[in-house]
Design a binder for this molecule. Structure first.
Ligand SMILES: [Zn+2]
Length: 145
């Protein structure tokens, strides 16, 4: 945990150095990092979202600490989640097994943040930045989802 703590402390130092910047820090929702003293309450302003809300067939909850009021959905569960068959997600966020339709997944598939999630964060960041600067003409127009 010492190496992890050093990384978190460095992250907090970077955020403090760029104190005027808007930022997002991602780590799995169940990570112990959020509870460690080294986090310094980094996760106090955060949102948890589920990868299945962003196109994956498995649920993986991730926490995104941020300083601009990021708002994201979390898996609504059955029967609303489109990644579920009955009471189970189609896949589990494990490499080789689990879920209604087990399939081997690469480490990259499991760890990569879904592109639609990144695009939504960028959209909300653009809106927050425009609101902060008072100029909606400085960036791209947000697309309705
Ligand atoms: Zn789901």
């Amino acid at each position: 945990m010492a190496a992890t703590d050093k990384l978190v402390v460095k992250t907090r130092q970077i955020l403090a150095h760029f104190s005027d910047a808007l930022w997002v820090v991602e780590n799995p929702a169940t990570s112990l990092m959020w509870m460690r003293e080294a986090s310094g309450g980094l996760g106090a302003d955060s949102v948890v979202t589920s990868y299945c809300c962003w196109g994956t067939l498995f649920r993986k909850d991730t926490r995104l600490a941020n300083n601009f009021g990021l708002s994201l959905p979390r898996c609504p569960g059955a029967p609303t989640c489109p990644a579920m068959i009955g009471q189970r997600h189609v896949e589990w966020s494990q490499r080789g097994c689990g879920g209604a339709v087990p399939r081997f997944k690469t480490r990259h598939e499991l760890h990569a943040i879904p592109a639609p999630l990144v695009e939504e964060i960028e959209r909300q960041l653009t809106v927050a930045l425009a609101a902060r600067t008072g100029s909606r003409e400085s960036g791209p127009s947000p697309e309705p989802r």
